[in-house]
Design a protein around this ligand. Structure first.
Ligand code: BG6
Length: 500
């Protein structure tokens, strides 16, 4: 693992308190990640996990449930010895966290665990609950004097969505900083924990060949595509108030964009990196309704086929109104107005129920002059550098060579270092890395408040524009690659989306 942390003697002993202990995230990601951290010997010796939930369960029942989830979702098979180590660290605490009084009881419970596991009073409070409970829980922690205690540290981990617009995000943040110091707030964007996202900075700043041409003089355009085959399935209720803009663009895409476009930080300290990322978001060209008219396309999926299986339209999904105007797809052109990027467009797209599911960053380099070998070529095959985030992980590069099979002509050669996960790669799940970093106190892979604020400022303008517009939905079939207009967006610039 890459080590960004400066000091080697970070005190990691702690109790991880998970609010939402019976929820989906805990079962599918958090507990399986903890299992793998135990397996990889990355958890501190003095450590315990207290899962808080409203359901009535005995500790035995709870441990049995989560063992099933580990068997189902862990990237490594269950080993009984490792499981028993983890199981002995896990506790279930039943209480309704909307009852502020109940936090006193939780406090005593945690203090008992401190004695038993020598966790020194340190706490990580992980909010794996629906966003409407974020402020309530933080308030409860404040009332119960659990956030700010002498001689021990307390951290807060908060899942997305962080607000539903700039205004609500600010309100939420004000509550958080009333109780926790900004340095102890970890705003999760699970994309930042993905191997290839962490690799963006390494590729750029450890390879002369890339960084020296990473600018508007050599790069024609950059495409960021996060496409999914999945529909909203059972999450219609949440998604209806979110849409692709809030679900993917405001967070994951803007974070990726900032890593791709940032200037080299002065060092690898958390704040130096975050400051450079922030500058990218702040340099995004002003997004006026006039600009959006020509440069943003929204879509919503109709019925269709995914891998040959028929699937319903978005409006037929559970908890989605029949006349929903929510976008399940967005494609957009953006400009970053600074010396490095002015004139090089960034094309972004994300959507559900598309024909292929992948996450990729495609860097298209400028054409060569049409002389010498390329004299008679109408359309050059450009140099492409593709950072493949998933399902394959790695780098793909396309460059031109002589066609030695026919002894004449120039052909694009493809060099692909990416490997398919999980069969070959077994890369750590994003959450493993993130939990490990929280314990070490390294917030580099989490969003700082001013980044979130700047991202909302951008996203809000696009969302407001969309909300004023009644769209003709559905406008793409499930299994296609989105609305026709998303292709026209690039075609009118003489470009196309690359599906590598
Ligand atoms: C989540 C979104 O943040 O990211 C989901 O809420 C989306 O709608 C998911 O499916 C995609 O993440 P991944 O890691 O599966 O690409």
């Amino acid at each position: 693992m890459m080590d960004y942390i400066e000091s080697g003697d970070v005190k990691m002993s702690a109790i991880l308190v998970i609010f939402g202990g019976t929820g989906d995230l805990t079962h599918r990601k958090l507990i399986p990640s903890l299992y793998n951290l135990v397996l990889d010997k990355l958890l501190p010796e003095h450590f315990a996990v207290v899962c808080v939930g409203r359901r009535d369960k005995t500790l035995e029942e709870y441990r049995k449930d989560i063992k099933e989830s580990v068997s189902r979702y862990s990237r490594n098979k269950i080993d009984e010895d490792v499981w028993s180590k983890l199981q002995n660290m896990i506790y279930y605490y039943q209480f309704d966290f909307t009852d502020t009084e109940g936090f006193g009881g939780l406090k005593y419970f945690l203090e008992d665990i401190d004695q038993k596991h020598k966790t020194e009073g340190n706490r990580v409070f992980y909010l794996a609950v629906a966003p409407e409970y974020f402020e309530t829980i933080v308030h409860g922690l404040q009332i119960g004097n659990m956030a700010d205690r002498q001689g021990a540290w307390s951290k807060l981990v908060i899942e997305k969505p962080f607000g539903k617009d700039l205004k609500t995000a600010r309100k939420l943040n004000n509550k958080l900083i009333e109780v926790f110091d900004e340095n102890n707030i970890y705003r999760i964007d699970h994309y930042l924990g993905k191997e290839m996202i962490q690799n963006i900075m390494v590729l750029r700043f450890c390879n002369l060949i890339f960084e020296s041409i990473w600018n508007n003089k050599f790069i024609d355009n950059i495409q960021i595509s996060l496409t999914e085959k999945l529909g909203v399935n059972s999450r219609g209720g949440y998604y209806e108030h979110s849409g692709a803009m809030r679900d993917m663009l405001q967070n994951h895409i803007i974070q990726i964009l900032s890593l791709v476009a940032m200037e080299p930080p002065v060092n690898l300290k958390t704040d130096s990196i975050r400051t450079e990322k922030l500058k990218v978001i702040q340099a995004i060209e002003e997004i006026t309704p006039e600009f959006l008219k020509n440069n943003v396309i929204f879509g919503q999926y109709g019925k269709g086929f995914i891998d040959g299986t028929p699937v319903p339209s978005y409006r037929e999904e559970l908890n989605v109104p029949k006349d929903s105007n929510t976008e399940t797809f967005v494609a957009l052109k953006l400009h970053i107005n600074n010396f490095r990027w002015a004139g090089t467009p960034f094309y972004i797209r994300t959507g559900k129920r598309l024909g292929s599911g992948s996450a990729e960053i495609v860097v298209q380099f400028k054409d060569m002059p049409n002389i010498l070998y390329l004299k008679d070529t109408e359309m050059q095959e450009p140099n492409l550098l593709v950072l493949r985030i998933q399902p394959n992980v790695g780098v793909f590069f396309q460059f031109n060579t002589k066609d030695f099979t026919t002894h004449h002509g120039i052909v694009p050669t493809k060099m692909d270092t990416s490997y398919e996960t999980p069969t070959q790669g077994n890369t750590p799940e994003a959450y493993e890395r993130l939990i490990y970093d929280i314990l070490r106190g390294d917030a580099t892979l989490f969003s700082r408040w001013d980044e979130v604020e700047a991202a909302w400022t951008v996203a809000d303008q696009i969302i407001q524009y969309r909300e004023q517009k009644k769209s003709q939905f559905p406008n793409y079939d499930s299994g296609s690659m989105g609305p026709v207009k998303a292709f026209e967006l690039l075609a009118k610039d003489g470009r196309k989306w690359w599906n590598i």
